[in-house]
Design a protein around this ligand. Structure first.
Ligand SMILES: [Zn+2]
Ligand SMILES: [Zn+2]
Length: 334
């Protein structure tokens, strides 16, 4: 790694971190390429998610699709005309046929979204669709986002089989403090997730449906990109052994675990989301877990294996709110 490049980039970033309102400093930082070592192993995902966000903003900035979604009388021709007009206003000197080509391409992208969103309402998933999903998910169905394997109690409840009327959670009293699935009883049961969210035009058809655990489904919600992670703090966890830990935003975990999809232990482990539950730990153990510092492990290779699962009651007690008082002491809080 070229530490010289990293050092000079950080020097440019430093005034912006300290005061993010200085335009000269911001422009200087924007003009520099971010060193790969800063973005970490999922740098490609961070860049792709940023680009997708920009692409959506750009299309919406040419034509507000909301009006089309709610007014079925508006047709493609009108959308195309709007897009072409907006492009022509900005790129007046561009040859007409080039402008037409670009306007067509953008309009097709925009219209696809409108078409789907017009069609779809969050319909109830039928029992037939649930069965199709469950039995089409292998011998031991798992959450497609985190690999959690559903219990037989969860199966019975999901498929309305005998024994499925029980309302208690399927016997889990320990939670992963990074991903506290089990905080709510529904976390442990399968839910039907729209891969492409309904809010973004995702259809309620089996091709767009997957089994997700309640925790992943609840936190994924309609978000699709890392930068969509709700900004509400997730808090500080006072771990009895590891100390005070910054808890990552759930959407970061969901997105990165799903996109990496396998245990990253250097042994070349074969655990993937299809055969194992995967856990998130910091890549550099001294740092906090964030999108640039996440490592994914199976249970066997999890460096936090002995510390990860804590009693639910203890978990709730150990969740500290910002800010930690200056007088905060781990000893006095236990
Ligand atoms: Zn899950
Ligand atoms: Zn492993």
């Amino acid at each position: 790694m070229d530490t010289h490049i990293l050092g000079s980039w950080l020097q440019i970033a430093q005034p912006v971190i300290g005061s993010p309102w200085g335009q000269v400093d911001l422009r200087e930082l924007a003009s520099k390429e971010t060193p790969a070592s800063v973005l970490g192993p999922v740098g490609w995902l961070l860049k792709a998610d940023a680009n997708t966000t920009w692409a959506n903003w750009y299309v919406d900035g040419l034509v507000d699709r909301a009006a089309y979604i709610y007014d079925e009388k508006r047709k493609f021709a009108q959308l195309y005309k709007t897009v072409k007009g907006a492009l022509a206003a900005e790129h007046g000197s561009t040859p007409k046929d080039e402008l037409t080509k670009l306007a067509t391409a953008i309009s097709v992208i925009a219209w696809e979204e409108i078409r789907l969103r017009r069609e779809i309402y969050r319909g109830r998933i039928s029992l037939r669709q649930k069965k199709e999903l469950w039995y089409g998910s292998g011998a031991y169905p798992r959450c497609y986002l985190c690999g959690y394997r559903f219990s037989s109690i969860a199966k019975n409840k999901f498929l309305q089989l005998s024994g499925g009327s029980v309302t208690h959670s399927p016997g889990i009293n320990l939670v992963d403090f990074v991903r506290p699935r089990g905080k709510h009883a529904t976390d442990l049961f399968p839910q039907v997730d729209h891969v492409r969210p309904v809010a973004n035009g995702g259809a309620t058809s089996v091709e767009n449906l997957r089994l997700a655990c309640g925790w992943c489904n609840r936190h994924k919600s309609s978000h699709t990109q890392i930068y969509d992670a709700p900004s509400a703090y997730t808090g500080l966890y006072r771990h009895g052994v590891l100390g005070v830990i910054n808890i990552p935003r759930p959407l970061w975990i969901i997105r990165i675990v799903k996109m990496r999809g396998r245990c990253e232990h250097r042994s070349g482990c074969t655990a993937t989301l299809d055969n194992s539950e995967l856990f998130v730990a910091p890549r550099r153990v001294t740092g906090s877990i964030n999108p640039t510092n996440c490592a994914i492990y199976c249970n066997e290779h999890d460096p936090w294996r002995d510390y990860r699962f804590v009693g639910l009651a203890l978990y709730k007690r150990s969740f500290a709110k910002y800010p930690i008082p200056r007088t905060f002491s781990l000893a006095s809080s236990l």
